[in-house]
Design a protein around this ligand. Structure first.
Ligand code: AMP
Ligand code: GLY
Length: 435
């Protein structure tokens, strides 16, 4: 490490957060990252966890910034963006990368995201929004196509989307949502068929650079069965990534998003993530806008970036992003290891993540044995206990990311390496990287 030190504070607590910290230090030898609240189990002298900073209590970060020199703060967790982290830090005179609270409405309200896309001519499926259970059910009876029912707010356990196969599914989804939330608000949209694609750009409010795309595996079980969750793994590059798709993404999606951001005078720096479905005609329809990087797409995409990320952020802070991203051209396959039910517990009170409650605190072994030439590993829901042992703390525990010359090799490396890791109740999908 040199005498010149560059310091960044990253606000996150996820495998994505770890991947962002890793990107900063890997692409610039002078950078030190404070990672808050972070993960105590990350063993790297240049990634320093700060557990006293909270994801949602902004004063904790303000207090830290007053006591430490920080070049800029990078906010990448939606809860933090939603409570106005970026706005508060900026008004205290701190340099920040991240969208404002108003900009985060594009993600935390499905309806706002859809209206924005409509206004700026970004192709989306047809939809209607409802605040009444009765009206929502009447709509289901009236239409003659399958739908996805989406909770119009952030959800703890899932992405809040109920992909329905028939009217009865949709009616049940409405009842379930009504029992879960205090203020019923849903968006009901046409169900699309086709391959999903996760699209990412880094923006400074005026300019953008495109990042690689990924395919996220959202369903809990193999062969894309079961309910949706935050994601069980990802691959990059996306199988449909070619010059035609890149042109389509630039012209019809990211340019229009950026145009909208400017027209609405949104205060926006950092990543924007458009989730799309490639329809039979080759068109990409956007089903969600997120105002941060995807998780677990970040774990698959960011290790392949070789551009200096600290410099990129400085350019964004000065609204003069010019770089084209440099990548290592390897394929990656990221598999999430999650906290399922533990063998000793068969009473179904703890079905495991993401089906319901789970018993955390399970001891994790084997993370030191991963061959770095074959796979990277990113920590999400785990910590060190009082005996300095790694234990599980939430649903998605860690991500093992195999790399290779193609998806097949990346997949083989991910699965051969992840078998070195174990904890009670460890579950993962066995088919990430298959199509
Ligand atoms: P969202 O929270 O809007 O991203 O939805 C979560 C997941 O639900 C997506 O990644 C898709 O797997 C699925 N999904 C959402 N909207 C649609 C749609 N209109 N048609 C088909 N699947 C969808
Ligand atoms: N991988 C989906 C998400 O980050 O929302």
């Amino acid at each position: 490490m040199n005498d010149i030190q560059k310091t960044v504070l990253v606000i996150d607590q996820s495998g994505r957060g770890h991947a962002i910290c890793d990107l900063f230090i890997r692409t610039d030898n002078d950078v030190i990252v404070y990672y808050a609240p972070g993960c105590s189990a990350i063993n790297n002298s240049r990634i320093i966890s700060v557990p006293e900073i909270s994801l949602t209590h902004i004063d904790t970060a303000l207090d830290f910034c007053q006591k430490h020199h920080i070049d800029f703060v990078f906010v990448s967790h939606i809860q933090s963006l939603s409570v106005g982290y970026v706005d508060r830090l900026k008004s205290a005179g701190i340099a920040v990368i991240g969208p404002s609270q108003l900009s985060a409405r594009l993600e935390n309200s499905k309806l706002q995201g859809k209206r924005f896309c409509e206004k700026y001519q970004i192709s989306i499926p047809q939809y209607k929004a409802f605040n009444s259970v009765l009206a929502a059910k009447r709509h289901i009876h009236e239409i003659n196509y399958d739908v996805v029912v989406k909770i119009d707010s952030l959800c703890d356990m899932s992405d809040g989307a109920y992909v329905c196969n028939n009217k009865q599914d949709a009616l049940s989804a409405i009842d379930e949502i009504n029992s879960l939330v205090s203020n019923f608000a849903v968006v009901i949209e046409e169900k699309l068929f086709g391959e999903e694609i996760s699209i990412f750009a880094f923006v400074d409010g005026e300019n953008y650079c495109l990042f690689p795309t990924a395919l996220d595996y959202k369903k809990v079980y193999e062969n894309n069965k079961g309910k949706n969750c935050d994601g069980m793994g990802s691959i990059t590059p996306h199988t449909s990534y070619n010059n035609k798709t890149i042109t389509l993404i630039n012209k019809k999606i990211i340019s229009r998003l950026l145009h909208g951001i400017k027209r609405e005078k949104l205060d926006y720096t950092g990543f924007i993530y458009a989730g799309g479905i490639i329809t039979e005609s080759g068109e990409i329809k956007i089903i969600e806008i997120n105002t941060r990087f995807g998780d677990s797409e970040a774990e698959a995409i960011l290790p392949g970036i070789s551009s200096n990320f600290y410099d990129l952020c400085c350019q964004a802070l000065n609204s003069n992003l010019t770089q084209t991203i440099k990548i290592d051209n390897l394929a990656r396959c990221s598999v999430a290891l999650v906290q399922g039910s533990i063998a000793s517990n068969k009473n179904h009170k703890f079905p495991g993540w993401p089906l319901g409650p789970y018993e955390k605190g399970q001891r994790i072994t084997g993370t030191d044995h991963i061959n770095k030439n074959k796979a990277d590993i990113f920590f999400a829901g785990l910590k060190l206990n009082e005996n300095a042992e790694m234990i599980t703390t939430s649903g998605r525990v860690l991500h093992v990311v195999g790399k290779g010359r193609d998806i097949k090799e990346a997949k083989n490396n991910a699965y051969s390496e992840l078998h070195k890791i174990s904890f009670l109740g460890m579950k993962f999908r066995t088919d990430i990287g298959e199509f």
